[in-house]
Design a protein around this ligand. Structure first.
Ligand code: GTP
Ligand code: MG
Length: 157
């Protein structure tokens, strides 16, 4: 069952891009399983980006994530990690294709609006870091499922 962790970063919240970004995932057919607005604690932000610990941009990255509220979400769907990473676009906005979230809405790598898990393992780790188990509603069946998926059974989304 595919789940991913997505966060609209503080610049996305301050710039009023929350609705636009959520609408893109909804229109794609993905299922919203969890959502909350939270100002990240430093320890959680450090853990979230621990793969980058020691790199020169790490302290600034952690401060950026903690600089205001983020919208933390869990989305589900077929190939959700690959699909959402593609929708988000390349890390450097100059290399993000038009049509992607960063390619349409960002200019600076240090203010690139949104985070998405880069693998199923990262998604599991990040969902656990940001949400309690009971906050994630992944079991419900979306009403449009038979129109989004060719084949549906109890194991699909
Ligand atoms: P996330 O979805 O936020 O994890 O971005 P990503 O997976 O596209 O990129 P990555 O995990 O490699 O880097 C995490 C974040 O660190 C990026 O989104 C950037 O905001 C920032 N970052 C990465 N590399 C650099 C860098 O070389 N310089 C600076 N200033 N920031 C960087
Ligand atoms: Mg990353």
């Amino acid at each position: 069952m595919g789940l991913t962790f997505i966060a609209i970063k503080p610049d996305g919240v301050h710039r009023g891009l929350v609705g636009e970004i959520i609408a893109r995932f909804e229109k794609r057919g993905l299922k919203l399983c969890a959502l909350k607005v939270v100002v990240p604690e430093k320890a959680i932000a450090e853990k979230h980006y621990e793969e980058h610990a020691g790199k020169p941009f790490y302290p600034g990255l952690v401060d950026y994530l903690c600089s205001g509220p983020i919208v933390a979400m869990v989305w589900s769907g077929k190939d959700v990690v690959a699909v959402t990473r593609k929708m988000i676009g390349a890390t450097k906005p100059a290399q993000s294709e038009p049509g992607t979230i960063r390619g349409d809405l960002a200019l600076d790598m240090g203010r690139n609006v949104i985070h998405g898990s880069d693998s199923d393992d990262s998604a599991q780790r990040e969902i656990k870091l940001w949400f309690k188990e009971e906050e994630v509603c992944s079991k419900y069946v979306k009403a449009d499922r038979m129109w989004v998926y060719e084949v549906t059974d109890e194991h699909t989304h």
